[in-house]
Design a protein around this ligand. Structure first.
Ligand code: AMP
Length: 444
């Protein structure tokens, strides 16, 4: 028996149903914020991630899935979505488009060779957004508001936005010097990886899963203390705009984020939910003003975020999210070999008209077929047997209320459509001019 690779999972139909509902909500919120979907390849030239994400990051130094193809080219399965989107933005000259600000979102699989655990996989899915073309703090605030709106639309509560600024290139440099100065006297207390990071990218040490909790690092200088005037003003404006939208956040002075390309605003959304376990960061993002130019494009700023969709799904488990119920409009029961030809034609007519329909393929008896229809959650069960064939009729049963009628077989499709259009009471959204149930509900 061949099993799935370590760190991957199968999404079975019951779960895909939930995922589709989650994706539908995400797409809808994306429309509300005027972001358009982009789809880039699942693999890119290895070089893109080395230049885009950064040589010294964990992702590039330890976690990429690299392969040499038959033409001797080095490719990498994408470990994240921003570098590919930026590559596409430059390659397709989207910046020369009629809109000064380009707002894009993506959903898809990412690949990282990490140690698997709940909420951490080797193949996982992200939903991310990127906005290019403006340094305005309005856009930083918008991207955070967009992330928060996705969570609101999914009805996920108990989440917190953690916010920080690491400033522009000048501020980052000043901070780096101060940090190196602080760390240099006690390198022995840091883990092996952090000793390497000290040489390649000391800011990454603040993000270390092992060392970041130590008193030594907790007391290290913080990026906010080293912001120059322009960076301070930018951050103050982001905060002002978030306050104007009543978006709650906490300033998290130790937040730096795992990728090299960030400047100014960085943020994460953490959920305090049992269903998530230790991996409780569901979204991370920030501003990256130099990434487009460092990948060979014009000097154009960007800001974005990425959600981990598995973690979002775990968060949805905490509110018992079920997705859209699965059902059929019609289950067609064909009894007897001679009725099959008519049966498939009737079924086909209903399917072409858009009814969710199915039929038995196993020559089951009536009892077995009723059971199947029930399992499929079919609203109508139509029976077509020898007697019906003889007089050109079909028997149809409404499983909702038990009513049963015999109609001409040509009328089946229209009959079902008419029945489906009748309001089903609870009455919410009922459009009838005079409906007894609605009137009664109104009186109460
Ligand atoms: P990053 O691209 O590292 O900023 O990650 C953005 C989000 O993707 C994180 O907040 C997680 O929700 C999710 N994520 C990152 N790595 C993994 C992984 N290996 N498995 C599942 N989700 C992940």
């Amino acid at each position: 028996m061949i099993q799935k690779p370590k760190g991957t999972y199968d999404l079975l139909p019951e779960d895909t149903n939930k995922w589709q509902a989650m994706e539908k909500t995400i797409r809808n919120v994306s429309k509300i914020y005027n972001y358009k979907e982009i789809r880039t390849p699942i693999f890119e030239k290895t070089e893109l991630f080395h230049r885009g994400v950064g040589e010294s990051t964990d992702i590039v130094s330890k976690e990429t899935y690299d392969f040499i193809d038959r033409g001797n080219r080095s490719n990498t399965l994408r470990p994240e979505g921003t570098a590919p989107v930026v590559r596409s933005y430059i390659e397709n000259k989207i910046y020369a488009d009629k809109f000064p600000v380009t707002k894009l979102y993506y959903m898809g699989s990412m690949f990282r060779y990490e140690r698997p655990q709940k909420g951490r996989y080797r193949q996982f899915a992200q939903f991310g957004a990127e906005a290019f073309g403006s340094t305005s703090p309005l856009l930083d605030a918008e991207i955070i508001s967009y992330a928060v709106s996705v969570l609101k639309a999914l009805k996920i509560k108990d989440v917190k936005v953690h916010l920080n600024s690491i400033g522009d290139a000048e501020s980052k440099e000043a901070y780096k010097l101060a940090l190196v100065d602080y760390l240099k006297d006690d390198l022995d207390s840091l883990c092996h990886d952090c000793n390497t990071r000290f040489k390649t990218n000391p800011m990454r040490i603040l993000d270390c899963k092992i060392d970041s909790k130590s008193d030594f690092l907790q007391n290290a200088p913080k990026p906010l203390e080293y912001l120059n005037e322009a960076s301070k003003n930018h951050f103050a404006d982001v905060i002002k705009f978030l306050d104007a939208m009543d978006i709650a956040y906490v300033i998290d002075e130790s937040l730096v984020r795992g990728l090299d390309y960030y400047t100014h605003t960085v943020f994460e959304v953490k959920a305090n939910l049992e269903t998530l376990g230790a991996q409780n960061t569901i979204c991370g993002g920030g501003r990256y003003n130099t990434l487009v130019s460092s990948l060979g494009g014009p000097d154009i700023p960007g800001v974005g975020f990425a959600f981990g969709l598995e973690r979002l799904m775990f968060a949805l488990d905490s509110i018992n999210f079920k997705g859209d119920p699965s059902y059929l409009h019609l289950y067609l029961m064909v009894l007897g070999e001679k009725q099959k030809e008519d049966g498939i034609a009737i079924l086909n007519r209903c399917r072409l008209g858009g009814l969710f329909s199915d039929i038995d393929y196993m020559d089951k008896n009536m009892k077995g077929q009723f059971k199947l229809a029930g399992n499929f959650n079919a609203r109508f069960v139509a029976i077509y047997g020898e007697a019906e064939k003889a007089d050109g009729t079909i028997n149809i049963k409404d499983q909702d209320n038990g009513t049963e009628v015999t109609i001409s077989k040509e009328q089946l499709y229209n009959h079902i459509v008419q029945e489906l259009m009748k309001p089903s009471h609870s009455c919410e959204g009922c459009s009838e001019d005079s409906c007894d149930t609605c009137d009664e509900e109104e009186e109460n």
